[in-house]
Structure formats: structure tokens, C-alpha cells
Design a protein. Structure first.
Lengths: 448, 115
């Protein structure tokens, strides 16, 4: 439970939640001085940067067509852009609360638009693979207490999730791994010797674009299918190395394969992940074995959960016909932008103008869109309407989901003069209803 | 270098990209980090490049000019380029997602020539 303690001018917030990466560490001890966090005990280098750099910036609460505006003017313009569009899209949502995500879905429903999240350019392919193969899953707590073989494939936790090892997966002493790191074997599979490699017991350097082949070879070896060295030569790994890994996987008591963008972003995409998930499933003939995605942002897992509750699907959903349709490649934002189909957008807590493909960014720059963000980004700069919002987890309470689908409450450090994403989205939704002549929701923003 | 050579381009996360991102995506630190191209020392030697030389990296989508730096020996296989992901890597990314929603974001072919 959060505990605040006044120390003179300072306030200390205990058990605060960091939402920079999908680890969602909730053991932060934040020292707050006025409107700034000056110390973040237990935070990793990324978490420290997150907490110390999200202060109150001097920016207009709303910017309409490049000029400072009032919140009311921003809401009015935003609602008109979205309600008047023929093919509006709602995108982003990974760096905001579940409560706000719910309202974003409601807005997409009201305007008959697409709703998609940063999942589509991150672990969307994993979501497709979960549907194709199935997810053998567990919590990070189970990993901490049971895992004796931990594999990272196409992931560099040292730089992307610095506390993952220490808090969950390789270092902690657990109920059935009482000697912590000494009771575990850590394997890293990657195309290069990343900063994670020195911490692994085994580093397997795979050739780029050969993950599917290597995973499929492991499936064969696990099932006892005889392979020749030439069958695996293209992977850059020897038959001996793959056979050794397959045997370790079968012999472990509780194995976990954590996988990252090395699988989802390279050629094959969801098929690479299907291979990993199928391997994990096959290994359950012999032992307990799991495959877990390394989710990147603080609440991208929450976005998957909320969009699934509301529509039945995790991302890439169209509500254009009044009922949800799911089709990655058709309703996903990279595509609706690159193919120039979207004519308006609502971008929440994300930066597609920074991170999307060139054709997608060029089209986004041409259409009117609404952006919500605590900080200035390229997405904010090119928006027809931009709202400066309070930062979730630092100023705003709510719920987020850790990468293993565990919901965790936020414990904010200090108040902000800016509205939360939830406040802004509720007001946009209410105004859209007025423009459409539809009665107000019974409980504004609650699940419809 | 007299001609452009093909490399495999892999945008990645780095610690510094993650920390500067929080300072702001328009800050000098973030822009600098997401402009730093890493190449295997064998490739740099073969192509007559030294640290800081600018190279033009081109994909079917566009081109960017970036300063290059040598990876530590053994860190990166020859023929592979690394850059912390951001505006520069986005400029090279095509819109085709092959029906997945995910563009080819890692491991795509680019050509490299000295500027």
C-alpha cells in the first residue's frame, strides 16, 4: 500500500509504480519536492529518467492549429474532427491508464472508426501467434519461484528491461530455486553480442532472419526427429549447439522462453512467434515450459486487455460497421495510414510520427488528427489539436497491466495542473455524443 | 568505397535512447543517440571508413546520412548495421506489412556508401 511521509519540504511516496517498461516495478520509493521527483530509489536507469524528467512543463493545455487554446476550444475542435470523419482511427494507448483506454475504445465505437494500439508495431504478431497456436503462460512470480532454465530470444533485457533479471527472471531466490542465479541456466539467442550476453551462461549467435528455422529445428530435436548438420547450417548454429539446447529444455523443471522484437519485427513476424509458441507447447510433453513476450511499454498489456474486453480482439479492430472486426494488415494503423485510408485520427500516449514507416508518417502529416501527450513530440507538433495531459503513474492514478497480465495500481507522486488522458477523452466522447444527438452515457467513460 | 554495398539493417533499443527519450524526443541527446550507426570493425576497415565518417544508408523508401562508429570486436557480425531506433530508422522503413500490421522493422536490406 502506498505510504506518504512528510519530511520537511519533502514527501516520500513508497511502493510507487514505474510504467516506463513492461516490468511495471511497483517497489519505487519516490522523493518528491514540490512538482518534481528528485530521487527514485529502486528505479533502474530507465525508470530514473522517467521519474526525474516528467515534471510540470510550461505548455498550453491545448494547441489548436498551432496556436495556444483553452481546453474547451480543444475539445470542440477535436470532437468535430473525429465526428465528421469518414474513416477515423484511434491509435496508441500504451502509455496511459486502463480507465482512459476504455474511453478511447468507446470513442472509436461512437465514430465508427478503427481502434488499434502500439501492440500492432510491437507484439501484434505475437497476438496473432497466440490465436494461431495458443499461449502457454505463467506469471513472473512463478518464474521467480520456479524457473531453472530461462531463455531470452531476440531480446536485450540489459537495455530494454534492466530490472527483469534482478526482480523476476534470473537473480531472485525463489521457493523452488533457493540459490537464485546459481540454480538457473540463462541462455541468450541473438544476432549480435548485445549488452545482455555477458550475463548469460550460454550465448547462441544466430544468423539474421533465421529464427524460424532455428526454432523449427528445436521442435524437431525435441520430438526426436533426426537432423543432419546441413539441415541447420543456414541458422549459423551447429547441430551440437541446438541439440544441447533442446536437451536442456527437456531436462529442466520449469523453463521459460522470453521473446522480443527480434522475432516479431523480422521477416516471418507472427510465424517466428508461432514457432516459439509451438516449441513451448511441445515441451510440455516432457516438462513445464512457457513462452512469454517481453512487452515494451508500461501499459501496452493493459491496452490488449481493455481492447479485448470491449471488442473481443486485442488490436487492429474496425468498428466501422457497428460491430467489431479484426484484421491485422487491414485495420492496423501502419496500414490505414500507409495506404492513405484514414482521414482523421485520435493519437493517445504514443508517437507514430517518430516511429512509423515513412509512407505512414507522410500520410499522418496530411490528415487532421488529435494528439494527447504530456511531452512535446513530433506527433504533437503536427497535430491539428494537441492536449498536454498529466503523466500516468506520476500525476494520475489508475490501473496498468504488467507484461504478464497482472493488474497493478498506480500510486501518483504529485498533482498536475493538466487534465488526465481520461478527463480529456471523456469530454471528447461527451461532445461527440452531443454532436451526434445521442444521449450521454449512463456513467461517462464506464464500459458500454 | 566506389560502390554501394548491401547490409542488413537492425534498429535497436539502447539504454541511452531510453533515458534521453524521457528528457524529450526533440533533445540533442536523443537525436544524437538515434543517429549513431554501428558497424563491424572488419566492414569499416574493408570499406576504408574511420569512426565519425558519414555514410549514406539507402533503402527503397529513402536515404539518411549518419556518422558511423565501430562495434567492439566480435560484438556485431559483418554485414549487419545497428542504429538506435528513431526518426532516422523510420525514414528507411517501408509501409508494406505483409498483412500483419507490422512493417519490416528489423533485418531489412539497405545499401551503404561513403558520403
Amino acid at each position: 500500500m502506498a505510504a506518504t511521509e512528510l519530511k520537511g519540504e519533502l514527501k516520500v511516496v513508497a511502493n510507487a509504480t514505474c510504467t516506463f517498461c513492461g516490468c511495471v516495478c511497483d517497489d519505487m520509493e519516490l522523493t518528491v519536492e514540490g512538482h518534481a521527483i528528485t530521487k527514485a530509489k529502486n528505479a533502474c536507469v530507465l525508470g530514473k529518467a522517467w521519474f526525474l524528467n516528467h515534471t510540470i512543463e510550461e505548455r498550453p493545455v491545448a494547441i489548436v492549429d498551432g496556436r495556444p487554446a483553452t481546453l474547451e476550444e480543444g475539445i470542440e475542435r477535436a470532437a468535430r474532427i473525429l465526428a465528421g470523419a469518414r474513416f477515423p482511427i484511434v491509435y496508441g494507448l500504451s502509455d496511459t491508464t486502463c480507465e482512459a483506454q476504455r474511453v478511447a475504445v468507446a470513442i472509436a465505437d461512437r465514430i465508427g472508426g478503427c481502434v488499434d494500439t502500439t501492440t500492432s508495431v510491437c507484439h501484434g504478431p505475437s497476438g496473432m501467434a497466440f490465436q494461431g497456436v495458443g499461449e502457454v503462460t505463467c506469471s513472473l512470480g512463478e518464474v521467480k519461484n520456479r524457473a531453472d532454465l530461462v531463455i531470452f530470444w531476440g531480446s536485450n533485457p540489459a537495455e530494454s528491461h534492466p530490472r527483469h533479471w534482478g526482480r523476476y527472471s534470473t537473480m531472485p531466490r525463489g521457493t523452488f530455486v533457493p540459490n537464485g542465479r546459481k540454480d538457473r541456466t540463462v541462455v541468450l539467442v541473438d544476432v549480435r553480442k548485445s549488452k545482455s550476453a555477458p550475463a548469460a551462461d550460454l550465448f547462441l549467435q544466430i544468423r539474421p532472419r533465421k529464427d524460424f528455422e532455428a526454432l523449427w529445428a528445436l521442435r524437431a530435436l525435441v520430438k526426436g526427429v533426426p537432423l543432419r548438420p546441413e539441415d541447420v547450417a543456414a541458422t549459423g548454429l551447429t547441430l551440437e549447439a541446438l541439440t544441447d539446447l533442446a536437451e536442456r529444455m527437456k531436462a529442466c523443471k520449469f523453463g521459460v522462453l522470453f521473446f522480443g522484437m527480434g522475432l516479431t519485427m523480422t521477416r516471418g513476424k507472427h510465424l517466428n512467434v508461432e514457432a516459439a509458441l509451438a516449441l513451448a507447447r511441445d515441451l510440455n510433453q516432457y516438462t513445464r515450459f512457457y513462452a512469454k513476450p517481453m512487452r515494451g511499454h508500461g501499459n501496452v498489456t493493459g491496452a490488449d486487455n481493455v481492447v479485448t474486453w470491449q471488442t473481443g480482439y486485442p488490436f487492429g479492430v474496425s468498428l466501422g460497421r457497428g460491430y467489431p472486426r479484426f484484421n491485422p494488415g487491414e485495420f492496423t494503423t501502419s496500414d490505414t495510414l500507409a495506404r492513405q485510408e484514414a482521414d482523421a485520427a485520435l493519437i493517445v500516449a504514443s508517437d507514430p510520427m517518430g516511429n512509423f514507416s515513412q509512407p505512414a508518417r507522410e500520410h499522418l502529416a496530411r490528415i487532421p488528427y488529435v494528439a494527447l501527450d504530456p511531452k512535446e513530440t513530433q506527433t504533437v507538433k503536427h497535430a491539428a489539436v494537441a492536449f498536454t495531459t498529466a503523466t500516468y503513474g506520476i500525476n494520475v492514478a489508475g490501473t496498468v497491466y504488467r507484461m504478464d497480465d497482472v493488474p497493478i495500481p498506480l500510486r501518483p507522486a504529485f498533482a498536475s495542473p493538466y487534465p488526465s488522458d481520461l478527463d480529456v477523452l471523456r469530454r471528447i466522447e461527451a461532445r461527440i455524443r452531443e454532436l451526434q444527438g445521442v444521449p450521454a452515457a449512463a456513467t461517462a467513460g464506464a464500459g458500454h | 568505397m566506389t560502390h554501394a554495398e548491401t547490409f542488413i539493417f537492425i534498429p535497436v533499443r539502447t539504454s541511452r535512447q531510453g533515458t534521453t527519450l524521457n528528457e524529450g524526443k526533440l533533445t540533442a541527446g536523443y537525436v544524437e543517440e538515434t543517429s549513431q550507426l554501428l558497424m563491424a570493425p572488419e566492414d569499416m576497415a574493408r570499406l576504408g571508413l574511420k569512426a565519425g565518417d558519414r555514410v549514406r544508408v539507402r533503402s527503397p523508401e529513402g536515404a539518411v546520412e549518419l556518422p558511423c562508429a565501430a562495434a567492439k570486436p566480435g560484438e556485431l557480425p559483418p554485414g549487419v548495421l545497428l542504429v538506435p531506433y528513431g526518426d532516422n530508422s523510420s525514414r528507411l522503413m517501408g509501409g508494406e506489412t505483409h498483412g500483419t500490421g507490422m512493417p519490416d522493422s528489423k533485418g531489412f536490406d539497405v545499401t551503404v556508401e561513403k558520403v
